[in-house]
Design a protein around this ligand. Structure first.
Ligand SMILES: O=C(O)[C@H]1O[C@H](OP(=O)(O)OP(=O)(O)OC[C@H]2O[C@@H](n3ccc(=O)[nH]c3=O)[C@H](O)[C@@H]2O)[C@H](O)[C@@H](O)[C@@H]1O
Length: 430
């Protein structure tokens, strides 16, 4: 893992001691300071080993990092080459490229001829094999995914030295609403520190890229006005995850204001589909239903159903591309603002909330298995009762129009799931 804590957290005072002032007393002091230095190094190493290797709170951090060298640079440059017969192709850095949304967006960009480079830390929050396989699919399409962390300032600077990115599609995050109570630090690390690091490097780049970043429907928290509009309150987060996503939005605004970075935030509403995340309900339920295991379905504290505005990945990809294509250039360069820059935020949802119980009914029908379900009150872990997107702003400004209803989208998911997990499948074909 490279680069954790590379940006200084505390200012330090520099003590200068001239070389020619060294006498015998000083030698004794130097010896004792050597001892202090050695013990400090030992304590420091013990700290590093505990926090970055052994500590369970950082177990989702990547375990290896490898980048640099002429071959690596060649691959970076090749991946960002355009292949577009017309128009003005983009050069996009996609963070979290081996994630669910990251893989789909990277592929879509590459297929239409844009230059795309991915970065992903391949952490172990969920099945690493799924992430590696997504990276293989990308590699076959000509997208190189650099293995590294967005907290690594040296790596990010190097990437901006090698490539003049026009856009950053920032999708890297510690995802999952419920896991945030178990491991809050990993959310702060990725969703706040990592994002700020990326904004820092982007604002200093010349040219500055336009930033499009993933936010979440969870920022609406306890808002009860439906459908959720971008103008509604987002200052009542119900989960630690939501709080870090909201913080990300605030940092994006600050960098837009101070440095002239063009920023666009996309609030995704429970995205599902092929290559989806194993920690999410659609994947989780499918896996357990097929194993004949009982699934747990949450209901609201008053006994009502919990509903979500489930949004199909194909629709989300169109929204992401719409945001990239309409993003205006940043106005600053090399860390200096030269004028006001574009600042936008959009809901990307499906505008038709479905109760989770209905999601289970559809899966039951598609999988042809009688579902054993246990209905329990929603745990107090930050889940919200319902989400429902008002998408008129995205429709107007991005041409965003979701076209996949839950049943059609689940059909595609199930087909992929069965294929991906088929014991007959030769894994090398991915
Ligand atoms: O749209 C969003 O903002 C968020 O959507 C999802 O969060 P969530 O809506 O909780 O998605 P799932 O984990 O797929 O859960 C969907 C629904 O199933 C319910 N569920 C989940 C798991 C379970 O065992 N039982 C159960 O009833 C949840 O309460 C929720 O209502 C993602 O995990 C977040 O990363 C994302 O930011």
């Amino acid at each position: 893992m490279g680069g954790i804590g590379i940006l200084p957290s505390k200012p330090e005072k520099y003590h200068y001691q001239p070389y020619n002032n060294i006498n015998n007393n000083n030698i004794l002091r130097i010896r004792s300071s050597k001892f202090t230095l050695c013990s400090s190094i030992f304590v420091f190493l013990a700290f590093i080993i505990f926090f970055f290797i052994l500590s369970p709170s950082t177990s989702s951090l990547p375990t290896k990092n490898s980048w640099g060298g002429p071959e690596w640079e060649k691959r970076v440059t090749k991946s960002t080459r355009h292949n577009s017969p017309s128009g003005s192709p983009l050069t996009v850095l996609v963070t979290g490229a081996s994630g669910f949304v990251g893989m789909h967006v990277s592929l879509a960009l590459k297929r239409r001829g844009d230059g795309v480079l991915g970065i992903d830390n391949f952490n172990r929050y969920y099945d690493i094999n799924l992430k590696r396989t997504r990276a293989k699919v990308l590699s076959r399409a000509g997208v190189f995914v650099v293995e590294g962390d967005i907290n690594d300032v040296h790596l990010l600077r190097k990437l901006f030295d090698v490539v003049a990115f026009t856009h950053v599609m920032h999708l890297a995050a510690q995802a999952g609403v419920r896991y945030a109570m178990r491991n809050p630090n990993s959310y702060v690390h990725s969703n706040i520190a990592g994002f700020v690091n990326l904004l820092e490097v982007s604002k200093s780049a010349n040219p500055q890229p336009a930033i499009v970043y993933a936010s979440s429907s969870s920022v609406y928290g306890l808002n009860s006005k439906t459908p959720f509009s971008e103008k509604d309150r987002t200052d009542q987060p119900a989960s630690l995850y939501a709080a870090t996503k909201k913080a990300g939005e605030e940092f994006a605004h600050t960098y837009n204001h101070i440095y002239g970075l063009s920023v666009t935030g996309l609030r995704f509403f429970t995205v599902y589909g092929p290559w989806g995340r194993p920690d999410m309900a659609v994947y989780l339920f499918t896996k357990d239903i097929l194993k004949g295991k009982q699934i747990t379905v949450f209901e609201s504290p008053d006994g009502g159903s919990v509903t979500r505005d489930f949004t199909y990945i194909g629709d989300i990809v169109k929204g992401c591309l719409g945001a990239l294509d309409t993003a205006k250039k940043s106005t600053g360069s090399g860390g200096k603002k030269k004028g006001n820059a574009q600042y936008r935020i959009f809901n990307l949802g499906n505008t038709s909330p479905v109760p989770v119980s209905e999601l289970v009914n559809i899966l039951e029908k598609l999988l042809k298995v009688n579902v054993k379900r246990k209905v329990v009150p929603m745990p107090i872990n930050g889940d919200v009762r319902f989400t429902h997107a008002n998408i008129s702003r995205a429709q107007r400004e991005l041409g965003y129009m979701p076209t996949t209803d839950l049943e059609a989208g689940l059909k595609k998911f199930v087909r992929w799931y069965l294929d991906f997990h088929s014991p007959l499948k030769n894994k090398n074909v991915w």
